[in-house]
Design a protein. Structure first.
Lengths: 766, 156
């Protein structure tokens, strides 16, 4: 295959050679037989994670890949640190079903928790270091405890030295991961924890970095898809002769409701897709966007009760100070800047697919189903695409490329158009949240009930659900069926993965309080309801929707209590780490302590204000507090953030520069989502299909300043960070708008029209 | 019908045989094997495909190859190499001004063209020029810092 890319060269694998005479570490004999794993690459075997080359280089395999969040650099640092070698000697192989262990999907802020604590890549690296030291002890005839490893050399007390590659010549490690292998202490880190410049930056800045869009194979053809006019439409007929005059057209491919074209060049494929006459039976009419949230609340639902103290109704009924509010959050898009692309080479008995999926193993499994090939005969290799922020069109493109390649028997590069990408991606879910709460006479919250409706259809295909995304659905596969379910009483562990439970809840289940807060009269109910559009994880899925509603309603209660937003929050929290980030952000922002009031503000000019919001992401995967400062033009309703101060605690930090980059980007992406982004549709289909119809901001946006305070705990597990700051951004902005104007925005995005309507409620209702 | 076109790209002469309507982007990617300019939207809305044509930034996704003529084309890889990056690329490297990096042709080449034409371009003029360039990872702060750094160096 014609590629300039080292990591696509399967011939480039350097398998570890380990000395057969090396001693077997004593813990090995206690290990017993290894559990089998569905992947052919056993994750319990060290050789499947790490290799020492004849030149002393370390090749490491990881199932967590880099989409621009810095995982390439951080994982390279991790391996270099644990193996005591310079960064330059480590080569990281990312997500390839022929080479890397199955680590599921790179998503959900789980790469750091998974690979930087005591399992996965970290455990493999620690196992390797200990094994090398044990082998060196035998080689040098010294006690393992007296050896030091540095720069790929192990030195004994006597001064005798042995290099890693000398210890591992002629063989494999042939040892399992040691669950008791010890990571190096954070205090000893010299590579990890440092702001190492991202390893890909020079190639990126000079235009040499090869994205999946750049992959070219010999004999490769170009494909495009022809999508239906709208959701639920079915194929009535294809007039293949209509594209007959297109030079270079190789084939019109039809399979169930999937239609695509393959041609010699991109230009010809585009022309054929445009010219091809396809008849469709229309799908059902879509619910009206203007009343969509009411529609959602009437749908059958799958209910989960996260927490229920049982006394909320009584407390609310007895109170004179009851507050109610309803919040709405629209469908939003991943909107990757590069439309998705995949390259497939499907032969009669095996297939290779290069794509930017977050899930190489699940994608392999689904592709084996779609192609009718044995699992082991399908190889999926990750090649980075443009930033995805979740389930963008990457998986769909990989399915389409594979189907087209199988039909023409040649490699096919499938490139989505902008509309293919935006009209059919799995959207970030629309959501409604209703809150009811009562204040006590002392100004604290006596009881709080919250209920939300989250739209859902499809999601990640996983290992066996191709129909969860458009490409599988068009091939005739069903999406995950919707099951109605009544909520049962909460039991056992408090599950707050979606941040449906506000941090101020005590989170008591069976007498055991597991939340971050103090409110003991509490109830949180989630309704998952059918969505007319495919949905899927979009950076901070459900968490941003819930946190927006929870943190803004907390502000409403604060205003009712005429308290200061920071003080009011602290009054209702008992979690030390959440309290610490709140205080750190407030201090860095020089938070203006004052009672939040619902006094009518000025009517003209520019109003300024500050708002605060916090989250314990997923109830235990990182802490963030954000202060937003902004101005509102009272004549136009335009909101302009001027300053953000954020404090984060995500445990030991692998790369502070990478972390800051994620935190800054998260806040600005959150600002775009809070102020501008909203999917629109008509009776048949999504109408926000390009950068004119789907609003976001460009490089000319008047930038606020962003200050990041890293509350770096040296102990405890390393936590996720990529979704921390975005989660609190819409809430902090909404709260700052209230502070500036006394207008409460309860619907994202906070467009000028919505701000004007909130500023002039009477005018709005006339 | 495919025709022959003489193109001057990054200082080298190339002859390609393609349909005259073929967007310059596809010629750069598919015929010349360049990966600096990238397909983002195909509608000149995002900037990923930006190249410099005789000093002016153009969106190569909507520029037919037949419209290029004898004008010199410069892509992101044409202004510097990993060993010797252009000073503006160097400023981006120093500031770590990328996340996924897919958008960089638009950001770097647009800023370069503006500052080449007017080294004293104001902040507002710079922002106006970048009005059609997007970065969906929102690395805006670092990018603007890198551009300002380069602008200061250029003035000095």
């Amino acid at each position: 295959m014609q590629t300039r890319r080292d990591f696509l060269k399967s011939a480039g694998v350097l398998v570890v050679s380990f000395s057969a005479t090396a001693m077997t570490p004593e813990w090995l004999s206690a290990q017993g037989p290894f559990a089998t794993h569905p992947s052919h690459i056993d994750p319990n075997q060290l050789d499947n994670w790490l290799a020492v080359g004849a030149d002393g280089s370390i090749t490491a395999n990881t199932g967590k890949c880099d989409f621009g969040q810095g995982m390439l650099t951080a994982q390279t640092q991790l391996v270099a640190e644990e193996l005591c070698v310079p960064l330059s000697r480590v080569k990281l192989i990312q997500c390839d079903t022929d080479r890397t262990p199955d680590q599921g999907t790179t998503s959900g802020s789980q790469s750091t928790p998974t690979n930087f604590n005591d399992e996965g890549l970290a455990l493999a690296a620690a196992t390797a270091r200990e094994a090398l030291v044990a082998m060196a002890a035998v080689n040098l005839g010294e006690q393992a405890g007296q050896l030091t490893a540095d720069d790929g050399v192990i030195t004994g007390r006597s001064g005798r030295r042995v290099r890693y590659e000398e210890l591992v010549s002629n063989g494999h490690f042939r040892i399992p991961l040691n669950p008791n292998a010890k990571r190096k202490a954070v205090s000893q880190w010299t590579v990890l924890g440092k702001p190492v410049p991202s390893l890909d930056r020079t190639a990126l800045m000079t235009g040499r970095f090869e994205f999946v869009q750049s992959v070219r194979l010999p004999g490769m053809l170009h494909g495009r898809v022809v999508r239906p006019p709208g959701m639920g439409a079915t194929l009535a007929g294809v007039d293949e002769s209509s594209a007959g005059g297109i030079p270079g057209l190789v084939k019109v491919v039809v399979r169930r409701n999937f239609v695509g074209v393959v041609a010699e060049t991109q230009q010809q494929a585009i022309a054929a897709a445009r010219q091809l006459r396809v008849q469709w039976n229309p799908g059902p009419e879509l619910p009206a966007q203007s009343s969509f949230f009411e529609y959602l609340q009437k749908q059958p639902s799958h209910d989960v009760l996260s927490v229920d103290s049982g006394d909320v109704e009584a407390k609310l009924g007895a109170s004179k100070a009851v507050l109610r509010a309803r919040y709405t959050y629209p469908y939003q898009m991943h909107g990757s800047v590069g439309a998705s692309c995949a390259i497939a080479d499907v032969k009669p008995d095996h297939a290779t697919i290069w794509c930017s999926t977050q899930s190489v193993y699940p994608t392999r499994s689904v592709l084996s189903k779609i192609l009718g090939l044995p699992l082991d005969n399908v190889r999926v290799t990750f090649v980075r695409g443009s930033g995805c922020y979740g389930l963008n069109g990457a998986d769909a493109a990989s399915f389409d490329a594979a189907v087209l390649s199988q039909q023409v028997g040649r490699p096919v590069r499938l490139q989505f158009s902008r509309e293919d990408e935006m009209k059919w991606e799995n959207l970030g879910a629309a959501c409604v949240v209703e809150h009811t709460a009562a204040l006590s006479l002392d100004g604290t919250i006596a009881a709080w009930r919250r209920e939300n409706w989250m739209a859902s259809l499809g999601n990640r295909p996983g290992y066996n659900r191709p129909g969860n995304i458009i490409s599988g659905a068009l091939l005739g596969y069903e999406a995950e069926p919707f099951n109605r379910q009544q909520a049962s009483a909460p039991k056992g562990k408090l599950r707050n993965n979606s941040n449906a439970v506000p941090p101020y809840f005590a989170g008591c289940i069976d007498g055991k309080c597991q939340g971050e807060g103090t409110i003991r009269s509490e109830r949180a109910l989630t309704h998952t309801v059918p969505s007319p559009f495919f949905t899927g994880p979009l950076r901070s899925p459900s968490r941003i929707q819930n946190t927006f509603a929870n943190e803004c309603f907390m502000d409403e209660l604060c205003a009712e209590a005429r308290d200061d937003p920071l003080a009011f929050r602290l009054k209702h929290l008992q979690d030390a780490r959440l309290i610490a980030v709140l205080k750190a952000a407030a201090q860095a922002a020089n938070w203006p302590t004052r009672p939040l009031q619902r006094a009518p503000g000025a009517r003209s000019g520019i109003a300024t204000g500050a708002g605060i919001a916090c989250v314990n992401y997923e109830g235990g995967n990182g802490y963030a507090a954000l202060v937003a400062e902004l101005s509102v033009d009272l004549a136009t309703g335009v909101v302009r953030p001027t300053r953000f101060v954020v404090a984060v605690d995500c445990g030991p930090v692998s790369n502070p520069d990478g972390l800051r980059n994620q935190i800054e980007g998260g806040i600005l992406q959150g600002t775009s989502r809070a102020l501008l982004e909203e999917v629109t549709w008509d009776k048949t289909c999504i109408t926000s299909v390009d950068w004119v119809s789907y609003k976001t901001f460009y490089l000319d946006y008047e930038m606020p300043s962003v200050e990041t305070v890293i509350v770096n705990s040296q102990s405890g597990p390393a936590l996720g960070a990529g979704e921390l700051s975005i989660t609190v951004t819409p809430a902090a902005i909404g709260n700052a708008i209230f502070d500036a104007t006394a207008a409460r925005l309860r619907a994202v995005p906070f467009t000028p029209e919505r701000v004007m309507a909130a500023l002039n409620p009477a005018q709005d209702s006339r | 019908m495919p025709s022959n076109f003489q193109l001057r790209v990054n200082g080298e002469e190339h002859t390609v045989t393609v349909d005259p309507e073929t967007p310059l982007l596809f010629v750069l990617n598919d015929e010349l094997g360049l990966c600096g300019p990238k397909f983002g939207c195909g509608m000149a809305q995002c900037g990923c495909c930006t190249v410099i044509m005789h000093g002016q930034v153009v969106r190569s996704c909507v520029m037919p190859v037949s419209a290029v003529g004898a004008r010199e084309i410069t892509t992101l890889e044409g202004i510097g190499t990993p060993e010797h990056p252009h000073p503006l690329q160097q400023a981006f490297i120093e500031e770590g001004a990328a996340q996924c990096g897919y958008c960089l042709s638009g950001v770097i080449l647009t800023a370069k063209a503006v500052l080449d034409a007017n080294p004293h371009a104001s902040e507002q003029e710079m922002r106006d020029a970048l009005g059609g360039v997007m970065c969906r990872c929102f690395t805006h702060l670092r990018m603007m810092r890198a551009i300002r750094k380069y602008a200061e160096e250029k003035k000095a």
